[in-house]
Design a binder for this molecule. Sequence first.
Ligand SMILES: C[S@@+](CC[C@H](N)C(=O)[O-])C[C@H]1O[C@@H](n2cnc3c(N)ncnc32)[C@H](O)[C@@H]1O
Length: 217
Amino acid sequence: MYKVIKTNDGSFSLFDVKMKESYHSKHGAIKEAKHVFLKNGLLSLNKDEIAILEIGFGTGLNTLLTLKESKKNNININYHTLEPYPISQNMYNILNYHKILGMEKQIFLELHNIKWNEEKKIDDFFILKKIKKSIQMFNAEKKYDLVYFDAFSPKKQPELWKPDILRKIFFLLKNNGFLVTYCAQGKFKRNLKEIGYQVISLDGPPGKREMIKAIRK
Ligand SMILES: C[S@@+](CC[C@H](N)C(=O)[O-])C[C@H]1O[C@@H](n2cnc3c(N)ncnc32)[C@H](O)[C@@H]1O
């Protein structure tokens, strides 16, 4: 069961009642996503062709933001996103991201309504494939420049932050490819270093001191 909540920048998020965890920071869902995944992810890459893997499609916010940026900056993006537990139509119908970002609702709904496990050209710059699988069950056919690691927190979903998953992501990345995440927990950073990532602590989004960028060197 989910509840829709309003975060401090006016954008909505979902609260998973059973898990007692929200999908985004209460300080602003859009602000957080822009800071972690766009500013320190996509826009720090300086490439015009980028393959992205997202861990947790969820509300579709990161996908919508990335779609908007691809057009604005003429970046060709191949976007794969994993989601074993898709949210219902009732839920995504209420979300207000398109409104705040000045985009058509139709575009946001299309991201949710396209078929699972099939590549779909959304526009000239953006190809999307939503994969209805967990990261544990995912077998990639290609490597990625960038991973949006947007799982629930280590407290709520510890299995996703353990060395086996982080190692799997390491080998899904191209050389010099990297993951970004809102989390900067000490144990997580140590795990990353042990696997061989170069770990960089960056200023966090509103309400968080740090976030992590981890590069496959
Ligand atoms: C913190 S939410 C963020 C979702 C999304 N990026 C957004 O902005 O709405 C974490 C997401 O990871 C998904 N998830 C849970 N377990 C997963 C797994 N094993 N592999 C991939 N995704 C998972 C959840 O269903 C949820 O949608």
